[in-house]
Design a binder for this molecule. Sequence first.
Ligand SMILES: *[C@@H]1O[C@H](CO)[C@@H](O)[C@H](O)[C@H]1NC(C)=O
Ligand SMILES: *[C@@H]1O[C@H](CO)[C@@H](O)[C@H](O)[C@H]1NC(C)=O
Ligand SMILES: *[C@@H]1O[C@H](CO)[C@@H](O)[C@H](O)[C@H]1NC(C)=O
Ligand SMILES: *[C@@H]1O[C@H](CO)[C@@H](O)[C@H](O)[C@H]1NC(C)=O
Ligand SMILES: *[C@@H]1O[C@H](CO)[C@@H](O)[C@H](O)[C@H]1NC(C)=O
Ligand SMILES: *[C@@H]1O[C@H](CO)[C@@H](O)[C@H](O)[C@H]1NC(C)=O
Ligand SMILES: *[C@@H]1O[C@H](CO)[C@@H](O)[C@H](O)[C@H]1NC(C)=O
Ligand SMILES: *[C@@H]1O[C@H](CO)[C@@H](O)[C@H](O)[C@H]1NC(C)=O
Ligand SMILES: *[C@@H]1O[C@H](CO)[C@@H](O)[C@H](O)[C@H]1NC(C)=O
Length: 885
Amino acid sequence: MAENLVLLLLLILSIPVRIQSAKPQSIHGVCRSVTCNSLHDVREKLSDCVVIMGSLQLSIMERTKKQDFKNISFPNLREVTHFLLVYRVQGLQSLGILFPNLARIRGEVLLNNYALIIYDMPKLKEIGLYSLLKIDRGGVIIWGLPQACYVDTVYWKIIAPRARHVISPPDKHSLRPCNVCRCSLNSSLNHCWNNMKCQRYLEGPEGEVCDKQCLGCRKTNATVCSVCRHFTYRGNCLPECPNSTILLGTSKYCITAEDCHDMDGWTWNKTCIFQCPVDYLQVRKPDGKTCEYCRNCHQTCESLTVQTTESIQLVERCVYINGSLTIHLGSLIEAMTELRTFLSRIEVISEYLVIYSSSTVTSLDFLSSLRHIKGNKLVGEKFSLVIHDMINLHSLFNENVSKNLQIDHGTYQMFNNPLLCMSHIDKIKDLFPEEPAEEDVIQGTNGYGGNCEEASVDIQIQVVNETCAVVMFSPLPDPDVHYSVLYVRMPPEINKAILPETCSQLEWFAEAVPTKFGQNVIVQLTSLRPASTYAVCIETYDPVYHRLARSRILNFTTLVGIPEPPFIIESVASSYDVIVLSWVDHKDYRRLISSYELDVVLIDTQEILLRNNCKSMGDEFFDIDYTRHAVVMRPPPEYGKSCESMCGFLSTVTAGALVEDHFDVCDNTLLGCKIQKDPRPGNTSFNNYVKTLSLNITGPKNAFQIGNLAPYRDYSFRLRACFNSSCSRSTKSIVRTLRAFNHVDVPRETVATIKDSRIVVSWKPPEITNGPILAYTVELLPKIEQTSYLIPQSWCVMGNITSFEIVNLVASTNKVRVCSKTLASLNTCNEWILVTFSKPVLRSWAWWSLLFGFMLYGLSLLVGSLWRQREDRSDTVSLVEWTNN
Ligand SMILES: *[C@@H]1O[C@H](CO)[C@@H](O)[C@H](O)[C@H]1NC(C)=O
Ligand SMILES: *[C@@H]1O[C@H](CO)[C@@H](O)[C@H](O)[C@H]1NC(C)=O
Ligand SMILES: *[C@@H]1O[C@H](CO)[C@@H](O)[C@H](O)[C@H]1NC(C)=O
Ligand SMILES: *[C@@H]1O[C@H](CO)[C@@H](O)[C@H](O)[C@H]1NC(C)=O
Ligand SMILES: *[C@@H]1O[C@H](CO)[C@@H](O)[C@H](O)[C@H]1NC(C)=O
Ligand SMILES: *[C@@H]1O[C@H](CO)[C@@H](O)[C@H](O)[C@H]1NC(C)=O
Ligand SMILES: *[C@@H]1O[C@H](CO)[C@@H](O)[C@H](O)[C@H]1NC(C)=O
Ligand SMILES: *[C@@H]1O[C@H](CO)[C@@H](O)[C@H](O)[C@H]1NC(C)=O
Ligand SMILES: *[C@@H]1O[C@H](CO)[C@@H](O)[C@H](O)[C@H]1NC(C)=O
């Protein structure tokens, strides 16, 4: 690390000399590399840039102050194709104001191993690059920011996933305590750039949902892209470049040939370039520059030491190395890919080749064109090839190179390469003019990691049941040999044969074999997982010769048994009579599920009906549960990816609290899986609606729609996954259908008859109701003095009653109606019925006192109904806390 930093520092200091961008220019927002060493540079050079084809460097501004940056902002800048370096800029407090829309750093060229370097910034308070979504290549280094907060609150791994980052730890002695983010309930997504700006995500549960041309977009408008996913032409995102345009370099920006010319580039292979690609030579033609293929335009490089991603890339054009090549990469991530891309042209090395301490290098096949090591100068005057401390190197050059490589002088030295078998070393032995001495390739320091010798043990495997198998083999004649059985579960999806190299004790389970055994060794492997394929091998160890050997690898598959239950991820009412379920199968059983059993049961509401709903008509009643039309849950890890249809939608609509966390499918005894087999409910119905339903669904499937359900009712769903005839335990979900609006809840055939001085009202229950009928209200509207009606008087009647007598009437003319209360609607009434008496029933002084009473009552009704409207808004899909139910 320290070494890295020193190196970086040296590099940074050398930059202003190394890269001198010529005149600053922007053609339709495209700029070349920009280096700013003063405030003036910053203002002048960056003003129109949308994309910087190259690097952006702000460095060594020792006299700038806080106020200087107050006013400077480059909202146009969206993308940098190489790296972004900010180094020793005094007074700068945040990069967020400078580059509020910088969304992508491509890292096509890196500084050291890094694409974003923020270093030695005494006044920086935060990074603040809140629009930054993606760093394509290279890592992030942030160091020497004594005052900064919100450095480790950024989830750098998700911005730049394929690289290592160096983030300075927060200063414990800092005077400024740093706040924590409040961005997400999911702690692994709770990341921010400062206390105002949350981190944005391209993918995952909180990923931005954008137009398909966009990589990131505005929250309020999915078509306004942060940067384009495919091609960009004059600020628009397109699936490909328009016909009349060419690509700019390796970027995805489209420009015209004239623009290219204006930038001092030239058109070649429908691309605007500034330098010919590898294997091409620049030639001048009457109509401008072009590139011509050349077989012999080999480039010669001086001695090379490859230590970082950047230095690997600098080797790209080298064919002849007039000197030595040294590779020392530590644990550089993605080293093999980079090496294969950039070292493949090397043909000749005039001195020697040294490779050491590079743990991510597994093979030397990246030197695919190497044909000659001259050995004009040797390591220790002896070696033309040195390989040591390569803990993962398991093979040398590829076949073609091993066969044809010419080595003029010297021999080789190899040690501490645990996976490199002597057989590989022996293969290239004859290429060297001299043989190594014994101490140059010390016995036992290569290939001791185990995979080099094959033990000829005869293995037999017997699968006992879902979790148990027995391994048998006959021991070798040598009684001193120790054995262990190594086994590993193979991921269900991957079906490729595994390499013997992978039979190592690190990842495999090891079962020691007792030292005493008879004719046959029998080892029982227990705690296996059902329906899984395991690979097995026997490792032998000879303590006398310190020799480790492995047998060939066999595989076996455990029995399936009873599958694990599916996991219901979404149960969503899509209308008043349809519910859609979707689920995921357990990963281990996904390939095996042949059918599902689904039981649907209307949840009995007797309990509600038994209550006296006239007495308990307070708000408490309507609080029961209004929001149970959608339940969305994210499954445990063994259930794989899911939550595709609703999660994104719900998370954008209902920011904050939304998708439920998973809990183990069967943990919760109330909601989880029942082990005992209930009889299936069969098919029954009421009023043509489903009451119970038993379905057999052929698999594989992961969604099912159930129709013909009754409106605003809770249904419970039990789902089982079956392998042949054995079905899993049930997984359960409860959802309520949506409310129906037309012709529901209205009491039917209401009749009002006069009996003496009373009115007898009778009716029939509504045909369709939103949930059960809880109660009725009978309303009476008396008419005074031939002119106006009073405020209605009403009586609550229990839901199982269908007639009512009104006594103590005051007016001779009255209107009567019946209203019903259900879970979804407070008051759905039928038409008024006119009822007229032949003589008045009350004297006129009583009117006014009654009127006053009615007015009070009416007022309270009005207030009550307003109150309820407030609570009763959400009939659309709304999310629910599963745990509340
Ligand atoms: C800041 O910008 C405004 C408007 O662009 C300008 O009027 C003002 O002078 C600037 N202030 C400084 C300190 O540059
Ligand atoms: C949080 O989000 C991460 C990243 O998408 C996901 O893998 C994880 O399962 C989530 N954790 C919880 C507790 O929801
Ligand atoms: C989104 O942005 C585009 C392009 O600027 C515009 O045409 C469209 O009207 C916007 N849509 C909304 C919903 O604001
Ligand atoms: C672009 O070129 C393709 C193929 O030459 C042609 O089919 C297409 O019509 C052209 N589009 C435009 C807009 O000229
Ligand atoms: C020309 O461009 C195409 C498409 O970008 C690319 O596939 C091809 O390799 C290029 N040709 C050469 C010779 O570089
Ligand atoms: C499988 O067999 C082993 C050994 O006979 C036994 O201990 C275990 O309980 C069995 N497991 C099941 C699921 O039957
Ligand atoms: C398992 O072994 C069989 C033969 O014994 C072989 O055909 C098959 O490819 C092996 N499967 C895997 C995943 O290695
Ligand atoms: C109506 O229900 C109530 C309470 O459950 C019960 O006491 C009453 O007897 C029922 N009346 C009729 C007519 O069924
Ligand atoms: C579903 O499958 C079970 C068992 O295989 C069978 O008994 C039942 O009749 C089937 N039900 C339907 C509706 O097909």
